[in-house]
Ligand binder design. Structure first.
Ligand code: NDP
Length: 283
């Protein structure tokens, strides 16, 4: 068996074409969707993510701006910046790029963002809405994963979905979204016993571990759908996922590559959330 590849890059391009039309329509109604990204410090990875978000926004006609603050900024100053953005009617989406310097309490910052502008979907209020199945901003990576599954008409309802990883930004919310779609969900993590036995019962396997190529065909049930969230940079500078793509492809029905998999979908769902914010759809 050779798995069919779910190409996140291609799907993103299709979705962005539709978004571009939507943004044009909004502009005719005098609504200019606007995303503000706050970047603290000079972490090269963060800077590259932030630039990617700005570029993608421009592609679909969303106006975007990067507010840069030094890594010496105090928590109080950062809170003041967010307060100004909260009260600025021209700003529809606010994203604070993580990680933040150690002297800043991340929870305080996330909780200070107006939930109606929380396009990352990280605010506890929006997480609560997601958990109770209410319409809100869904966190971008998990939302991108669900969108990828649906793009291939993969049945989620009734399936056993196994999520390896339980971070607040990927593992936990993707499990919740799969549950909302009526999957039976199992979470695995670094303390899980018998990982291989559990993953071998997965119809849908989501891998969000952050270690290169740790999941190969021995962990995969024949015919499974494998979603590789991992982004790992190797010593030669190349990117690889958490899944051994060649090996897993022999066993799975569907698989996502790295790069050109979940990564591009994450940014695309951020654009989707920004348009949703501009339309005033999240109360
Ligand atoms: P975290 O480090 O926050 O979480 C990793 C999870 O993997 C933890 O829950 C940890 O368990 C679990 N884990 C670690 N080792 C093992 C193991 N040997 N067996 C089973 N579980 C294990 O990472 P993130 O969730 O933030 O990110 C995961 C990966 O996804 C990273 O490579 C990251 O770069 C990538 N990523 C990609 C995105 C995209 O857009 N494609 C977006 C966000 C992240 P425990 O909780 O017990 O420590």
């Amino acid at each position: 068996m050779v798995a069919e590849v779910i190409n996140g890059k291609e799907l993103s391009m299709q979705l962005k074409l539709d978004m571009k039309k939507e943004v044009e329509y909004l502009k005719q109604q005098n609504i200019l969707p606007h995303l503000t990204v706050v970047l603290v410090g000079n972490n090269p990875a963060s800077r590259s993510y932030v630039n990617g978000k700005k570029r993608a926004s421009e592609e679909v006609g969303i106006s975007s701006e990067i507010v840069e603050l030094p890594d010496t900024v105090t928590e109080k100053e950062l809170l003041q910046t967010i307060e100004q953005l909260n009260s600025d009617n021209g700003v529809h989406g606010i994203l604070v790029q993580l990680p933040l310097p150690d002297h800043i309490n991340v929870e305080h910052i996330i909780e200070s963002i107006d939930p109606k502008k929380d396009v990352d979907g990280f605010h506890p209020y929006n997480i609560g809405k997601m958990m109770t199945g209410q319409d809100t901003f869904l966190p971008c990576t998990p939302y991108g994963i669900i969108t990828m599954l649906k793009s291939k008409n993969i049945t989620i309802e009734g399936k056993h979905a196994v999520v390896i990883g339980r971070s607040n930004i990927v593992g936990k919310p993707v499990g919740q979204l799969l549950l909302n779609e009526n999957a039976t969900v199992t979470y695995c993590h670094s303390k899980t016993n018998n990982l291989k036995e559990i993953t071998n019962t997965a119809d849908i396997l989501i891998v969000a571990v952050g270690r290169p190529n740790v999941i190969d065909k021995a962990y995969i049930k024949e015919g499974a759908v494998v979603i590789d969230v991992g982004i790992n940079r190797l010593e030669d500078g190349s990117l690889t996922g958490d899944v051994d793509f060649e090996s897993a492809s022999e066993q799975a029905n569907y698989i996502t590559p790295v790069p050109r998999g979940v990564g591009p979908m994450t940014i695309t769902m951020l654009l989707h959330n920004t348009i949703k914010a501009a339309k005033g759809l999240v109360k």
